[in-house]
Design a binder for this molecule. Structure first.
Ligand code: GLA
Length: 392
């Protein structure tokens, strides 16, 4: 681990002091498997080489101070937290995590912390999960807590879904913790087990283009989709009693064919996306293992069409970037993350990368007068920490 910008910030803001701990956790790109994780399905994300770093140092009193470089603000609190409520601010993620830990064990003392990161915020690259996981890893080390990786991941997800109020699945936090350099994680979100799949498509580059659109709907639209999926699963379990349907993971294409026209249309489309997207994850793992980039690209594109038409979480700006890509040599392209804005992923011949990025930005500007941003990412590793003894 190098960098330690968070450690420098901590010293700058709160002065020099005894040994500190620096934890780091990455953002992610989801190759495929969108809106499947909260339906106990499959996903295929990879951690990226962009991170949030959290440096922490114990205090002798019960005060907590956290400086965030992204917003240039310091949060101050005193432990124990008394019935905290979310404020709709960046600090909610941290308070949610603190709250989760304090249910396990009261904190014996406070701490000073500083946060630095280079995951674009709110872009669909999971800056929030990278913050949660980095903060949680730092606290586990600071207080010497006994918590395994999966417990930590679940605590972070609960902080976001329960405290912050964004009812996310587990993919982002899981990837931030368990990501492996050079690999995607083929994760079964029901079993909570993964296999690392080498992400090595010879001669091809994964290009991330940020639409720069941040939609308020991202939270409410996401929550609505989640409720629709649960409703669809309930409908299907009533229609097919005895088939053990608990979530859309338990549904197959044949069942959906039988109830086409009978099931409420919106629920049917949501279910069909999820059932087919799960199958596409399995097919993508297969294609990756065979090094078949054409097939990977095709699956990405079909996934996008399904997110646009069946799951209805795309927007015109995102569709434009995807369509432009497909018309200009991309082997595949799709939106990434929850939808309603954020980034797109394009599978492009590596030698065309620069030209492709320059031209797509130009075309996007001409069409919407919005600047798209290319985000350089490589598959990076999951969470890490180190004790920083130097520069006292
Ligand atoms: C967000 C959520 C994830 C997942 C994706 C959609 O990133 O945090 O849990 O549901 O959207 O695939």
């Amino acid at each position: 681990m190098n960098g330690n910008r968070a450690a420098e910030l901590l010293r700058e803001r709160f002065g020099r002091g005894p040994e500190l701990i620096v934890a780091r956790a990455p953002g992610r790109v989801n190759l495929i498997g969108e809106h499947t994780d909260y339906n106990e399905g499959y996903v295929l994300p990879f951690a990226i080489d962009r991170y949030t770093e959290v440096a922490v140092r114990p205090r002798t009193d019960r005060v907590v101070r956290v400086y965030s470089a992204a917003v240039d603000e310091t949060l101050s609190m005193e432990l124990p937290l008394r019935n905290p409520k979310p404020q709709g601010r960046w600090s909610d993620y941290l308070v949610g995590i603190l709250q989760g830990f304090s249910e396990l064990r009261p904190f014996p003392h406070g701490f000073d912390a500083a946060i630095w990161g280079n995951v674009p915020l709110g872009a669909g690259l999971s800056s929030s999960a990278s913050l949660e996981v980095a903060f949680a890893v730092a606290l586990v080390q600071l207080y010497g807590l006994e918590l395994d990786g999966l417990e930590l991941v679940r605590l972070c997800q609960r902080a976001e879904a329960g405290f912050v109020g964004m009812p996310c699945g587990i993919m982002d936090q899981y990837t931030a913790y368990f990501g492996e350099a050079g690999h995607a994680l083929f994760l079964d979100t029901r079993a909570l087990e993964h296999r690392a799949v080498p992400l090595d498509l010879e001669g091809m580059a994964l290009v991330v283009v940020d639409s720069s659109v941040r939609r308020a709907l991202a939270g409410s639209g996401y929550a609505l989709r989640r409720r629709e999926c649960e409703e669809a699963a309930r409908w299907l379990s009533r229609r097919f009693p005895g088939r053990g349907i608990r979530t859309l993971r338990d549904v197959d294409g044949a069942m959906l064919e039988m109830v086409r026209g009978e099931m409420p249309g919106t629920l049917w489309r949501r279910a069909r996306h999820v059932v087919e997207e799960n199958a596409r994850v399995l097919a993508t793992v297969d294609a990756l293992e065979k090094g078949d980039s054409d097939e990977v690209g095709r699956l990405l594109t079909v996934s996008h069409a399904s997110l646009r038409d069946l799951f209805e979480v795309s927007i015109p700006e995102i569709d434009f970037l995807v369509d432009w890509g497909l018309e200009h040599g991309a082997a595949g392209a799709r939106l990434v993350g929850g939808g309603f804005g954020g980034v797109t992923l394009h599978l492009v011949a590596a030698e065309l990368r620069e030209k492709y990025v320059a031209e797509i930005k130009k075309a996007y500007w001409e069409r919407f007068r919005i600047e798209a941003k290319a985000v350089e990412v490589r598959p990076g590793s999951g969470a890490k920490y180190e004790r920083d003894l130097g520069h006292r």
